[in-house]
Design a protein around this ligand. Structure first.
Ligand SMILES: Cc1cc2nc3c(=O)[nH]c(=O)nc-3n(C[C@H](O)[C@H](O)[C@H](O)COP(=O)(O)O)c2cc1C
Length: 374
């Protein structure tokens, strides 16, 4: 399964692990794939700390860093990160703040200590630029990926000048076409069933269209992959590798409280919803009273990105930190794809990688067994 793209990067198998957890990055890269650290929730100082840790633990392996610079967002054009954050905080209506606070209080979710209240969300070019600058100081960071849009031209140029690859997520063909026109090196094509921000078209339909549309650019298949049979299906459509997010959420190395793990373990593939209730853009997550509350006609509508994210940042922190308190899981932020129905146990990343490769080999053998020899 070593594709040309693997050779270009110098990895053994084309399995890309998107994660917000440094331990998962290291474990997957050490097991032959490549971990990509999602930096959206890290301040520049926190990102530096995470990358220091990764560099110290990953040995000779490589990794990637994922930023989130949306194509369009409130406050676009403001180049001073501090001014931008102050402006966004001031723009959140009091009615929305009260509504969110009441939902948490009604479900018994404790407040954060004052020291932990800093909002470290990065959803803009000014903040993304700082993350890219930090990532590019790291020789083992070999790829930059952008969520939510084509990265700005000067970042593309900067990453290329440093000798690294840059790609971006695409949930529609139009996104892939724009990424290619901007000179990106690869596309992460995410179908609707995937966790996090997701469009409407499913993986089975979107992947092969994307491969044909952006050829010869490498496409990584994302959305709905949790076992080796699904990897074989993706590879059969001409992709250069698979990009998985949900399957690492319950890995033994992942940072998650037992109650959040339990929510993922209990959920079926029918328990997710695409909702704007946490970030302001449509993202897939577990359905619960929080997602339902923001849908009702008599409640405030979610704000545009990144305002909703600034509003809910405190709720994200609180529902993760105090996942087992009160009825926290009824209002918790649990982003995940439909593949959550396949998460039935906690495995180490290394075991997940072995399982995926064994299942892939079995599935390939099965297909060969039903294909008549010439
Ligand atoms: C918890 C979670 C958070 C995510 N956050 C981001 C993000 O910050 N940046 C990004 O590029 N993709 C993000 N994604 C999407 C993943 O990169 C990936 O495309 C997706 O998980 C693939 O579908 P799957 O969940 O079915 O594996 C996130 C996914 C999950 C599950």
């Amino acid at each position: 399964m070593q594709t040309e793209f693997c050779k270009q990067l110098g990895i053994e198998v084309p399995i890309f692990a998107f994660t917000h957890c440094r331990d998962v990055v290291v474990a997957v890269s050490k097991a032959g794939g490549i971990g990509v650290l999602g930096a959206v929730g890290y301040s520049p100082a926190q990102l530096k700390e995470e990358l220091d840790w990764i560099d110290a633990h990953i040995g000779d392996h490589i990794y990637g860093v994922d930023t989130a610079i949306p194509q369009k967002y409130e406050g676009m054009g403001e180049t001073d990160p501090e001014k931008l954050v102050a402006m966004l905080q001031a723009a959140i209506p009091e009615q929305h703040r009260k509504f969110a606070a009441k939902l948490l209080a009604d479900h018994g979710v404790p407040e954060l200590p004052d020291a932990d209240k800093e909002v470290t969300l990065s959803f803009s070019e000014a903040q993304g630029q700082l993350q890219v600058d930090e990532a590019l100081t790291r020789p083992k960071c070999r790829m930059i990926v952008n969520a939510l849009g084509t990265p700005p031209a000067d970042i593309v140029e900067q990453v290329h000048a440093s000798g690294r690859l840059i790609g971006a997520l695409a949930g529609r063909l139009k996104h892939g076409i724009n990424h290619k026109a901007a000179g990106l090196d690869f596309i992460v094509c995410q179908g609707s069933e995937g966790g996090g921000h997701a469009g409407e078209v499913t993986s089975m339909v979107l992947w092969p269209q994307m491969v044909d549309t952006v050829a010869p650019l490498p496409v990584l298949a994302a959305g709905g992959i949790g076992n080796g049979r699904q990897i074989l299906a993706a590879m059969s459509m001409g992709v250069a590798g698979v990009w998985m997010g949900s399957m690492w959420l319950n890995a033994t190395e992942a940072a998650a409280e037992p109650a959040q793990r339990e929510s993922y373990l209990k959920a079926s593939s029918e328990d997710t919803v695409r909702s704007r209730a946490w970030t302001g853009k449509t993202a897939r997550m577990l359905k619960n009273e929080w997602t339902e509350a923001w849908e009702r006609a008599d409640t405030p509508d979610p704000l545009p990105m990144p305002l909703q994210g600034y509003l809910t940042f405190d709720a994200v922190r609180r529902t993760h930190l105090y996942a087992g308190s009160g009825e926290c899981q009824k209002v918790a932020f649990n982003p995940v794809g439909q593949v959550v129905g396949q998460i039935n146990e906690s495995e180490s990343c290394r075991d997940i990688m072995y399982r995926l490769l064994n299942e892939y080999a079995d599935a390939l053998e099965h297909v060969q067994s039903i294909t008549p020899a010439e």
